[in-house]
Design a protein around this ligand. Sequence first.
Ligand code: GTP
Ligand code: MG
Length: 444
Amino acid sequence: MATTDLERFSNEEKRNLSLGGHVGFDSLPDQLVSKSVTQGFSFNILCVGETGIGKSTLMNTLFNTTFETEEASHYENTVRLRPRTYDLQESNVQLKLTIVDAVGFGDQINKDESYRPIVDYIDMQFENYLQEELKIRRSLFNYHDTRIHVCLYFITPTGHSLKSLDLVTMKKLDSKVNIIPVIAKADTISKSELHKFKIKIMSELVSNGVQIYQFPTDDEAVAEINSVMNAHLPFAVVGSTEEVKVGNKMVRARQYPWGVVQVENESHCDFVKLREMLIRVNMEDLREQTHTRHYELYRRCKLEEMGFKDTDPDNQPFSLQETYETKRKEFLCELQRKEEEMRQMFVNKVKETESELKEKERELHDKFEHLKRIHQEEKRKVEEKRRELEEEMNAFNRRKVAVETLQCQSLQATSQQPLKKDKDKKNFFSLPSSCSITSGRYVN
Ligand code: GTP
Ligand code: MG
């Protein structure tokens, strides 16, 4: 059924009935109010601005109290986010207020990455909320929502123009948080300069495509005041917790030798406008915008990153269940592919190692054969030598026996014919010319 048919069908189905008496569902808004009041509210403000620009003083002035303030040093290596949570009560309404300070902002020599810790902090709060939402057992009812509802961006009152750090930071933050720019320490700039400065800032923000928070004009009750206030942006504020006597009244003001700057005097600064817009009129819209616009964007991007989508490639609705099944199948296929790849790799490796081992074995075998040949050759030579020596030894022994025989014979002959002694001696010693007897040893 086409959407238009569906609409027509549901319009036809809608029935207007007039009630005969009081039923009671007109108390639903009261029930909601009562429930919300019991539950309490949370509101989280992020203050971004240079060290000593007046962030803490403005917070104290806004909530008319003294939050713990700790001066930041100018020597922080990086920007650090410092959240502090306070439980406040006004009438019977409970407010859990978290003020997050970007400590050390603008103090580093290299400011290229100054925005990153702020962006990461905002994303981390969205991530925590998303994780709670995705839990099987969610407890969003009593979950302490730490998502940043508004970022007060403190602009230094130079009267000149925005710094590139301001533009870059606001540009990086504008899709993640509602930005309300304020000109800090507005008492340090003259009225005409302030007017020009405001116009310059707005035109710079527009030309650089920075989206700041616009007070909503769709609700009739606040449309007029909000559209007037939109034209006053950025608010030029003065903060002070000091009380000064003006006339016969004590007012919060800053006293100078030449006069008094009253914080709550609208002709002195825009503090009251900021307080009205931020707290009295648009606090709920800021909370809603955070949830429906910024968190929604974060959630969508995150889920898309994880592979979830609402429609398939043919633009047909695609449920979470189907996405899960498809992802699971894809994952299993990928796993199988990886497994097969690993198996193949293993087989190749084994084959490679096997052929390497075979090659090594062959080399060893060759070496062994070579050594064996050398050994046999050596053995043959030794054998030959031994044979030769044996032959020599035999010859020597033969000669020795012959000599001994001759000696014996000669001895016998000497004893029988002493006269023939000299002659026989001569014969006995007539050895071959190559032989001689030296010191009783036979030498060849
Ligand atoms: P860190 O937290 O240390 O970064 O400082 P901060 O931005 O919180 O500034 P803080 O409120 O501590 O104020 C720093 C100084 O500025 C103090 O001396 C304040 O009195 C002074 N100051 C605060 N607001 C204003 C203002 O509106 N006008 C002027 N002239 N001085 C202000
Ligand atoms: Mg401070």
